[in-house]
Write a protein that binds this ligand. Structure first.
Ligand code: AMP
Ligand code: MN
Ligand code: MN
Ligand code: MN
Length: 305
C-alpha cells in the first residue's frame, strides 16, 4: 500500500486540477492521498466527485495546509481528516485568504521599487481564483524575465528579507491546531526540515507544536535522508508525536513525484494508525505501519538538488 498525505492542486499553487491530481495518484499506484492546499479546501469536493464518478481505486483524505507565524518563521501545519464542510473552518480559512490578498497587494507595491511594474493584475490572472501564493508571483517574475528559475526568483525577490517579502501576519501555531481540531482533524507539522532551523530551534518548534496540541510531524518527505528521518522521528518520540508522510507535490519535476521517497522504517507510529483505510473493493486493510514496502526503500536515498 502506498500513502501520501501532502499534495497540492491548482486551487492553491499546484499545477494540476483536482481531477488530474487524483488520476495521477492512481497512475502512481497510490492507495491513499491527502489533498492539502494552502489555506483552502476548494479542491476536495471536486476530487471526491471525480473519484466517485470514475470509480477510481483511491481513498481521498480531506486536508488543508495552514500558514502560521512562529517567531519570524512561517510554519506550515497540515490538517488531515478535517470536515471540509465545517462552516467555522470555512470562515477561518477565508480570513487567511483575506490575509493572502492583503499581502499580495503589499508585495506588488514593494516590487514596483525594484523595476517590476505593477504586477498584481497579472498575478491575479495567473492564480485564476486560487489561493494567492508567492508561487504565483514567482511564476510571473520568471515569465517576465526577472529570474531564470523558480528557485532564483525566491532567492532574489521572495524569500524572507528580500525585496518582495512581506513579513507574515498569519495565525499562531496553537490557533491553527485548534482550527484543525475544531473541524474534527489531526494537526501535522509539515516538512520540519524546510524552515532552515538549527537543531536547537527545531527542537523548540517540535516542543511548542506538541504543547499546542499538535498530533504528528512529517517524518518522511522526499529529499530527506534516512538519517534525517530518524532524527525527526526521535524528536517525535520525545514530544509524543506520531509520524506522517507527504511528498508536498505541486507539479511533476525531476525531484518530486506523488508518493515517491516516503519510505519509513516499521518502528514508527503512523498518524493513520487508527484510521479506517480501505482498498478498492472496500476491504479494510487496517493500519500496518510497514506501509511503503521495499520498492520505495531505494527511493529514500537522497536525491540530487
Ligand atoms: P506562500 O504560502 O504564499 O508564502 O508561498 C509559499 C510557497 O512557495 C510554498 O508552499 C512553496 O510551494 C513555494 N516555495 C517556497 N520557496 C520556494 C523555492 N525556493 N522555490 C520554489 N518554490 C518555493
Ligand atoms: Mn506551495
Ligand atoms: Mn508547506
Ligand atoms: Mn505543501
Amino acid at each position: 500500500m502506498k500513502i501520501d498525505l501532502h499534495s497540492h492542486t491548482f486551487c492553491s499553487d499546484g499545477i494540476l486540477s483536482p481531477q488530474d491530481l487524483v488520476e495521477r495518484a492512481v497512475a502512481q499506484k497510490i492507495n491513499v492521498l491527502a489533498i492539502t492546499d494552502h489555506d483552502t479546501v476548494a479542491g476536495l469536493a471536486i476530487a471526491a466527485e471525480h473519484i466517485a464518478s470514475q470509480q477510481l481505486p483511491l481513498q481521498l483524505i480531506d486536508g488543508v495546509e495552514i500558514s502560521t507565524s512562529w517567531y519570524e518563521f512561517e510554519i506550515h501545519i497540515v490538517g488531515l481528516q478535517i470536515n471540509p464542510n465545517d462552516p467555522e473552518l470555512l470562515a477561518r480559512l477565508e480570513s487567511q485568504q483575506q490575509r493572502r490578498l492583503e499581502r499580495a497587494t503589499e508585495m506588488a507595491r514593494r516590487l514596483t521599487k525594484f523595476q517590476v511594474p505593477d504586477c498584481l493584475p497579472a498575478v491575479l490572472e495567473l492564480a485564476n481564483g486560487a489561493a494567492l501564493t508567492r508561487t504565483h508571483f514567482a511564476r510571473h517574475l520568471v515569465n517576465i524575465g526577472k529570474a531564470s528559475s523558480m528557485n532564483n526568483v525566491f532567492k532574489k525577490y521572495l524569500a524572507r528579507g528580500k525585496a518582495g517579502y512581506v513579513p507574515n501576519n498569519w495565525v499562531d501555531l496553537a490557533t491553527a491546531v485548534q482550527w484543525i481540531h475544531d473541524a474534527g482533524g489531526v494537526a501535522v507539522l509539515a516538512h520540519p526540515l524546510k524552515y532552515n532551523l538549527n537543531g536547537k530551534w527545531l527542537t523548540k518548534l517540535m516542543r511548542e507544536f506538541a504543547l499546542a496540541g499538535g498530533d504528528a510531524a512529517e517524518v518522511a518527505s522526499p529529499q530527506q535522508t534516512p538519517v534525517q528521518k530518524r532524527e525527526i522521528w526521535r524528536l517525535c518520540q520525545l514530544f509524543e508525536l506520531k509520524a506522517s508522510v507527504g511528498s508536498d507535490f505541486h507539479q511533476p519535476t525531476q525531484w518530486n513525484e506523488l508518493g515517491r521517497g516516503l519510505y519509513m522504517t516499521d518502528d514508527i507510529i503512523p498518524i493513520w494508525q487508527n484510521w479506517q483505510l480501505h482498498t478498492v473493493a472496500g476491504t479494510e486493510i487496517g493500519s500496518d505501519p510497514k506501509i511503503n514496502t521495499t520498492e520505495a526503500a531505494a527511493e529514500s536515498l537522497p536525491l540530487p538538488q
